[in-house]
Structures are given as structure tokens and as C-alpha cells.
Design a protein around this ligand. Sequence first.
Ligand code: NI
Length: 270
Amino acid sequence: MDHFDRNTGCSLTPEQVDFFGRNGYLVVDRLTSASELTAIKQEVVRLFERRAGREVGDQFDLASADQEDTRPLLSQIMYPAKYAPALLDSTLLENATAIAQQLLGSDFECCFEHAILKPAGFGAPTPWHQDAAYWSPNVTHHTISVWVALQETTVENGCLHYVPCSHQGDVLPHQPIGNDPHTHGLELTAEEMHRVTNVVACPLKPGQATIHGGYTLHSAGPNTTDQDRIGLVVFGKRAPTPRTLRYDFPWQEVRRTAREARANAAEKKN
Ligand code: NI
């Protein structure tokens, strides 16, 4: 992969840092060159085509029961660099890491956490959720997700939407999408939807990114265009802080997904 000017696009202004702190999200300019972005997109498309990681539960459909004979509504690959190590030697990762560290501290470690493909024409919406609803309820998480657009990303093909300042609260009640325990994806419960106000849509040019923390409420619409929409997420974290009060996430206990079954079966084989 060619190397974009490593000093371009990886330095935030004090206003941007302040905006992120107050609002819990931020849009940043492109994080790599057009040529590197094209190379990365080709790698990621190949991973989806060859269903990389499916047998071990790293590739799955987030929005359905994820059966083998159904067309995925919202395909996700966890840790794509495991299957395409060339991604690790990218300016994109270097610049996303620099931004995460500028926002939250130099002890933040970053990796390519997942890639997500919203198929042309019928890609499912990503309902309102907080990422921390997926994680351990026993700690406070310190994380950052840099959602990089691998092509132009619009309201029509499913760009991210945020509720400004929603990161200031704790994890709200969630449930599996459609209250179906076979679905991996989570959504805010209907009772909590009144919190979805002052919504900001964040369309992106190729290579631009939106950034959010683990507690920021976000969603994305369906893909109504004739092109697949792919996002690649660089995720940064540092050690979580233990909670003083016990907290339960009952929506995690009810989930029984095909993805989990594949991951468990693969683990048993090893
Ligand atoms: Ni999310």
C-alpha cells in the first residue's frame, strides 16, 4: 500500500477535541489517500466475498437469525486484519490511532475491529444503540470507534446518525433487534426512544470518518441505493474502570445466536 502524507489528516484542532468532549461524536476529514483507500476497499470486499471468518463466528449477519441459506441483511467481519494482514501496514490505521490518542490519551491502543457491509437495495437499518450495551456491565469502558467510509456514505446508503451529548449518561435498556433472541444486533427499547432527539446525520466523503465513544447513541438507516455500502471501524481502548455498583444487562443473557454457536464449535475443535 502506498503511503499518504502521515502528517495530513491526523491532527485535530482544539475546537474538534472540545466538540468531541461535549457532544460525544465528531466528523473528521479523510484519513488516507484515495489510492490506499481503494486498495483497502478491495481487500475488504474480498473478505466479504470469500466469507472470511464465518466458520469461527467472526463473519455473521448482524440483523437476522444468520442462517446459512439466507442472504445477509447486514454483514459484519470481526478483526478483518486477522484475514487481511496487509491492513495493518496502512496510513489509515496510523492516522486513526493518532486521532484516538489525541482525543483520549496516548495509552489508547487501536486495531481494525470490524468491517460492515450494508448491501445495495435492501441493507437493513442499524437501530439506535450504545456500543457499551454489547460489553461487560461490570466496568466503565473507555473506548473510541473511528468509522471510516470506504465510499461516499449518505443518508440514502446508511450513514451514521448521532444524538449529541448522549454519551454523558450510562447504558440504557436494550434488547436484541426486534426482540428476537437469535439476532446478534441490539436496539434501544421502545420505552427509551424518547431520548432520541436533536438527531444529527453525518454523511461522509470516501476516507472521511465519524468518531464516537462507547456510550454515544447512534444509528444508521437502510441502504436504498444500488451500491453496497462498506464501513471499516478502527477501535481504540484503554483499561476499563471497575464499577462500584452492580449493573445487569439482561439483554445479553437472552441472546442465543448462530454466530455464537459457530464460535463455540470452532473453539471445541481447537
Ligand atoms: Ni454501534
